[in-house]
Design a protein. Structure first.
Length: 404
C-alpha cells in the first residue's frame, strides 16, 4: 500500500463522506505540545492496537486529524498539534512505542505529515500487509493479537491465529523451496552449461519483503549502481540484460566459460549471485584448477553482502533478510588458503551449504555473518574465519567497510 497522501486526498474524504473501512481509520487526536504522550497512554495503546490489526490483515491507513460525526461520517479536518518543527520527534516517539509494544516488530510502516493549510496538519500512518504476521501486543502481563474486521479492530480468534501461523510456515517453506529450485537449475546448466561441472559459489539473499506477491522492485534503480554487481572483479566490466525473472548482470567471457560470474536480481527483490571464475582458478605451476585464495574470497564476499543489504534498505526493501551461501561441484577441489600459497585438503563433499541466516534491522551484521563464514572456513579446513578471533569475536578492523 503506497503512501504519498496529498491534502486534496484528505479533503476529498470529507466531501465524498468516505467512511472508515477494513483499510481506513480516522482519529481526531490533538497533541497539545506536539508530543505523542499528550493524548495519554490509553489512546496511544489504542493506536498501537489499530496498527497491529492492520498488519495482521491486509494493511491499512490511519489518518490523524479527521473528526467524525455521530453517524461515523468524516465531518471535518482538524489540526493535530504536530508541525514540521516537532514532527520528527513525534514520529520517533511513535516508532519507539511500536517497537517496544509489538512482537515480532512491524517493518515498513510509513508516517508522514500532510499540510492541509497554514497551521493545520494531518498525520498519515500507512501500515503494510506484514509477511511476519501475526503480530502480538504486550499488555503488561500477556501477548494479545488483534485483526481488522471491516471498520472495527477485534481480538483475533483461534481460527484467525491458526490461519496466520500456517501462512508464516508456508512462507518459510517457500524460501527453502526457492533456494533449492535455483540450485537445481544451476547444476542442470543454467544459465550456462559449464555450471554442470564447474565449481561455483552461490549466494542467495531472500528479503521477507519478497514474500508479499504485491511487492515489486523497480529494477531501473539498480542499473547504474556500481556496488550492486557481481562478487569479483570491478563491476564496470559487467554487461546486463533483462529477463523474465528481472535483471541479470554478467561477467564474461574467458577461454573456458561464457559466464565467469553473474548476479540475478528478481523483481521481488531476491538476489542470486554466482561466482565461477575464482572457484576454477588455473595454476600454471601446478597445472591444475583450484579455488582461489580464501582470505581474498571471504573478504570480497562479506563486503558485497553488506553492499547488497545496504542497497536493498535504501530501496525500501525492508524487514528481515534470509542469507545463505552454497558451494557447488567442489568435491576433490583444493583451496588456496592464503598467498603463501598454502592449500587445503580436497573437499570430500560435492555440495557445501551454510545455515540459512536471518538478518534484520535490529541485528548486528558481524554476528549474523558468523555461522555462514565459519561453516565455509571449516569446509576449507580452517578452524575459524579470518573475520573472527580465537574467541569467536568479530575483528573490528575486518568489518571497517561498514563505516566507509
Amino acid at each position: 500500500m503506497s503512501s504519498n497522501i496529498t491534502a486534496e486526498f484528505i479533503q476529498n474524504i470529507i466531501s465524498d463522506k468516505i467512511k472508515e473501512s477494513n483499510v481506513l481509520e480516522y482519529k481526531s487526536y490533538f497533541f497539545e505540545r506536539g508530543k505523542l504522550n499528550d493524548i495519554g497512554s490509553s489512546a496511544i495503546n489504542d493506536l498501537i492496537k489499530i496498527i497491529s490489526s492492520f498488519s495482521n490483515a491486509s494493511g491499512g491507513r490511519i489518518i490523524i486529524g479527521i473528526r467524525e460525526d455521530n453517524n461515523h461520517n468524516p465531518a471535518e479536518i482538524i489540526d493535530t498539534g504536530v508541525n514540521k518543527t516537532n514532527f520528527e520527534e513525534w514520529e520517533q516517539s511513535l516508532r519507539n512505542k511500536i517497537t517496544t509494544s509489538t512482537n515480532p516488530n512491524i517493518y515498513g510502516i510509513e508516517i508522514e505529515l500532510v499540510e492541509i493549510e497554514q497551521d493545520k496538519n494531518c498525520i498519515v500512518i500507512t501500515v503494510p500487509d506484514s509477511v511476519l504476521k501475526p503480530h502480538a501486543i504486550y499488555n503488561g502481563t500477556k501477548d494479545e493479537f488483534y485483526i481488522r474486521n471491516g471498520n472495527v479492530t477485534n481480538p483475533m480468534r483461534y481460527n484467525d491465529l491458526k490461519s496466520t501461523f500456517h501462512q508464516f510456515e508456508f512462507k518459510q517453506e517457500a524460501i527453502t523451496r526457492f533456494i533449492n529450485d535455483r540450485l537445481s537449475l544451476i547444476l542442470n546448466g543454467y544459465p550456462d552449461e559449464t555450471f554442470i561441472t564447474d565449481s561455483s559459489l552461490v549466494l542467495h539473499i531472500i528479503p521477507e519483503w519478497s514474500l508479499n506477491r504485491s511487492n515489486f522492485l523497480d529494477l531501473k534503480l539498480l542499473e547504474k549502481r556500481e556496488n550492486f554487481g557481481v562478487l569479483f572483479p570491478p563491476n564496470k566490466y559487467t554487461s546486463q540484460l533483462y529477463n523474465a525473472d528481472g535483471i541479470l548482470k554478467i561477467l564474461g567471457y574467458d577461454s573456458d566459460r561464457n559466464y565467469m560470474s553473474y548476479i540475478q536480481v528478481f523483481t521481488n527483490g531476491r538476489i542470486e549471485v554466482t561466482e565461477a571464475r575464482l572457484l576454477n582458478y588455473y595454476e600454471n605451476d601446478n597445472d591444475k584448477y583450484v579455488i582461489y585464495e580464501w582470505n581474498v574470497l571471504e573478504k570480497g564476499l562479506v563486503q558485497q553482502i553488506h553492499n547488497y543489504l545496504e542497497t536493498l534498505e535504501e530501496l525500501k526493501v525492508y524487514g528481515n533478510y534470509y542469507i545463505t551461501v552454497t558451494l557447488l561441484n567442489v568435491k576433490g577441489k583444493t583451496v588456496r588458503i592464503n598467498w603463501w600459497p598454502e592449500y587445503s585438503k580436497p573437499f570430500i563433499h560435492n555440495i557445501v551449504r551454510t545455515p540459512l541466516v536471518k538478518y534484520g534491522p535490529n541485528d548486528e551484521f558481524e554476528k549474523a555473518m558468523y555461522p555462514i563464514l565459519t561453516t565455509l572456513a571449516h569446509a576449507c579446513g580452517l578452524s575459524k574465519s579470518y573475520f573472527y578471533d580465537d574467541d569467536n569475536n568479530p575483528i573490528k578492523e575486518m568489518f571497517n567497510f561498514e563505516n566507509k
